[in-house]
Design a protein around this ligand. Structure first.
Ligand code: HNI
Length: 140
């Protein structure tokens, strides 16, 4: 459960995050390198460093997170379409959501530096867990 304090920490730090388009691509690149099994969902992608496809996809993921951040009170509704897509069309094993979340946290830590205080980290952990739960909720 995201408290009012969590939500405000997330909103403030999200505004401070520069280069959001690249943040998504960096998180994906980290995921592909650190957890190579995740590459199996992207056989149609060029996933080399600097790939335009990864950059575009990263931007979509970051935009979706931005939408989630604007709608923290009602994530299920805000992400309903994405939830359908991941469950019925893409069939991404939900364990992978945690892997991307972890990589995204590393990107936040690198980019926010000292602003990525433990309480900010904890707040994002809750947010990304909640997003992952919504993306997986149609599986049953
Ligand atoms: Ni995900 C497509 C958001 C986790 C595999 N994904 C999308 C799109 C968004 C998105 C946005 C584009 C939808 C559209 O075009 O309408 N994905 C998210 C978010 C998370 C996430 C917010 C978690 C935080 N996706 C994952 C994970 C995997 C994944 C963990 C697999 C390891 N996603 C995909 C694939 C596509 C995709 C595959 C389709 C890509 C394409 O363009 O063909």
């Amino acid at each position: 459960m995201l408290t009012a304090e969590d939500q405000s920490l997330i909103q403030q730090s999200w505004e401070k995050l520069k280069g959001k388009d690249d943040a998504g691509a960096e998180a994906l690149e980290r995921m592909f390198m650190t957890y190579p099994q995740t590459k199996t969902y992207f056989p149609h992608f060029d996933i080399q460093h600097g790939s335009e496809q990864v950059r575009n996809h990263g931007k979509k993921v970051v935009d979706a997170l931005g939408k989630a951040i604007k709608n923290m009170g009602n994530l299920s509704q805000a992400l309903a379409e994405l939830s359908n897509l991941h469950a019925y069309n893409l069939r991404v094993d939900p364990v992978n959501f945690k892997l991307l979340a972890q990589c995204f946290q590393v990107v936040l830590a690198v980019h926010l530096g000292k602003d990525y205080k433990p309480e900010v980290h904890a707040a994002y952990d809750k947010l990304l867990s909640a997003v992952a739960a919504v993306l997986a909720e149609k599986y049953r």
